[in-house]
Ligand binder design. Structure first.
Ligand code: GLU
Length: 537
């Protein structure tokens, strides 16, 4: 294949994610070898345009391509469609590479860049003109606007550069030899347009949608090559899919309307089109397409970078996305990448919009997070605190600094809260009281817990536990003492638990109280009880 530039694949195996070293995984070779190659000729591509941060829907497209390639033992190619210079965003490509690496979707080839292949597209554009399937168009922006005005009507609010009009326009179909020669000599700007035939039907079989057909009368004379010599998406996409020997085009449904233009191009270039599969739209839980604005309103992060930054579990995101349009054919939900790879077929991708159920994503996240070792999560939490401090605190006190750097303590926080949170940063939100005495107290809990007879009981408890030395300050011992007191006083357990909890944590509910006391340690607990006695008594 000529003119392809590639970055060595080792790029993807380099743990560039120094900030999140623990989130960086690679799938071992062994794992991959377990999937039998069924059709090693399969070649698919993920072809993002670097116009912004990688969208979560883009990651789903990449994932489906990846699963399909792995399932067949074929190749997953990465191609950057960077010919639209006006919409080019500098950081987009880097973000995309990082996001794909984070997700573990390592391409077998690429990234290839369309911007470095422009002569290829120009060559094919010329071939199409020479063969009578395309033409040069010299119309200025003003001329095109005039044409639109002329044709605009209630039935046709957005007139296209169509076959009828083209006869009135300045292009190589309407202008005489001499005029064309002049324009050429003057160096006038032109674009190359596809000559869309009239009255034809373009048909193809979509692996997801089944038979699809479009009338050519509804299609515009698509610009193929722009005045700056750059191809449009349509031309570059078709040329590359052909030259890169892509067998299956798997992409979002928003590209379905481009497919007939592509099919025409394949035909005119004399090429076999790849099999097409258009993935269902991603819908917001409240209905409608999950647009950026909608997602924002509903508190759903849409950029993969946000999931990385917020330390979502990679495996949870992948598992969730895999089921966003595909199903293994039964009601299994938690699937390993190996299972997904083994079972992935386009036949089980649904046609109707897939609802982005964010609560479900949190459920997956919880599940995957709980499977991980406390120590590992603690390490990540420590990195998170180093990066962004503690929630709601401008800077860390010495004590907070010390505790949040203590891996044993942090593993304790993880152990106590693991069943109560869904995302890593929530350990810090739900466990903020572990780092320093609460400043705010749940008013309701205080009112309910602290009655007139509470302080003497708390004082009793305080005095008893103050005698516990070192390793004796343990949850079971702390519970035993409390039990003794409530029994002697003839009151319910809650009578003492509630005020104790609110005094120590500031909240009316939370993780196991005695374990919490043990983790905080004697001096800290005594200090907090004294302060509460002063405050609430
Ligand atoms: N560059 C297009 C995009 O940004 C690719 C569409 C396709 O896969 O054909 O999604």
């Amino acid at each position: 294949m000529p003119h392809l530039i590639s970055i060595p694949l080792t790029y993807f195996n380099t743990p560039y994610l120094f900030q999140y070293p623990l989130l960086f995984f690679t799938f071992s070779k062994k794992e991959l070898q377990k999937t039998k190659p069924m059709n090693p000729k399969v070649r698919v591509r993920f072809a993002p345009s670097p116009t912004g941060l990688l969208h979560i829907g883009g990651l789903r497209t990449a994932l489906y391509n990846y699963l399909f390639a792995r399932h067949h033992g074929g190749a997953f190619v990465l191609r950057i469609e960077d010919t639209d210079q006006a919409r080019y965003v500098q950081e987009a490509e880097q973000d995309m590479l990082e996001s794909l690496a984070w997700a573990g979707l390592h391409p077998d080839e690429g990234p290839y860049h369309q911007s470095s292949r422009r002569e290829r597209y120009a060559m094919y554009a010329q071939q199409l003109v020479d063969d009578g399937y395309a033409y040069y168009a010299y119309d200025t922006v003003e001329e095109i606007e005039k044409m639109r005005e002329r044709l605009r009507s209630p039935q046709n609010p957005n007139p296209k550069y169509d076959s009828q009009t083209r006869m009135q326009m300045r292009n190589s179909l309407t202008l005489g030899e001499l005029e064309l020669q002049e324009l050429l000599e003057e160096g006038s700007e032109y674009v190359v347009r596809l000559k869309v035939p009239q009255g034809e039907t373009v048909q193809f079989e979509d692996m997801v949608r089944g038979p699809v057909s479009f009338e050519t009368d509804g299609l515009d004379d698509q610009v193929l090559l722009k005045a700056d010599g750059m191809p449009t998406y349509h031309l570059a996409n078709v040329v590359d899919d052909h030259e890169m020997e892509i067998t299956h085009v798997i992409r979002g449904e928003e590209w379905l309307s481009s497919a007939p233009k592509h099919i025409l191009l394949y035909k005119y270039l004399g090429w076999e089109p790849p099999v097409m599969a258009h993935l269902p739209l991603i819908m917001s839980p409240s209905g409608g397409k999950l647009s950026k604005r909608k997602a924002e309103e509903e508190g759903i992060p849409v950029n993969v970078r946000d999931y990385r930054k917020e330390r979502y579990e990679r495996d949870a995101v992948i598992n969730f996305l895999a089921l966003l349009g595909w199903s293994p054919g039964d009601d299994r939900e938690l699937l390993t990448l190996e299972e997904m790879t083994r079972e992935f077929t386009l036949g089980r991708v649904g046609k109707s919009g897939a609802i982005f159920d964010f609560k479900k994503l949190l459920w997956f996240n919880e599940n995957y997070m709980r499977q991980r070792a406390d120590a590992e999560l603690a390490e990540e939490l420590m990195a998170l605190v180093r990066e962004r401090g503690l929630p709601g605190k401008e800077s860390l006190t010495e004590k907070e600094e010390k505790l949040s750097g203590d891996s044993e303590f942090m593993a304790g926080v993880v152990r106590l809260l693991k069943e109560r949170v869904s995302r890593l940063p929530e350990f810090l939100e739900a466990g903020i009281f572990f780092f320093d005495a609460p400043v705010q107290f749940d008013e309701k809990a205080v009112k309910k817990g602290w009655k007139e007879d509470t302080p003497p009981r708390i004082i009793q408890y305080r005095d008893r536990i103050s005698g516990l030395e070192g390793a004796d300050f343990r949850a079971d011992e702390l519970k035993r003492i409390l039990t003794e007191i409530v029994e002697a006083e003839g009151v319910g357990f809650g009578k003492l638990m509630m005020p104790l909890r609110v005094a120590v944590t500031g909240a009316g509910s939370g993780p196991d109280l005695f374990e919490t006391l043990e983790l905080l340690g004697r001096d800290e607990v005594l200090g907090r009880l004294d302060r509460a006695l002063q405050k609430f008594a």
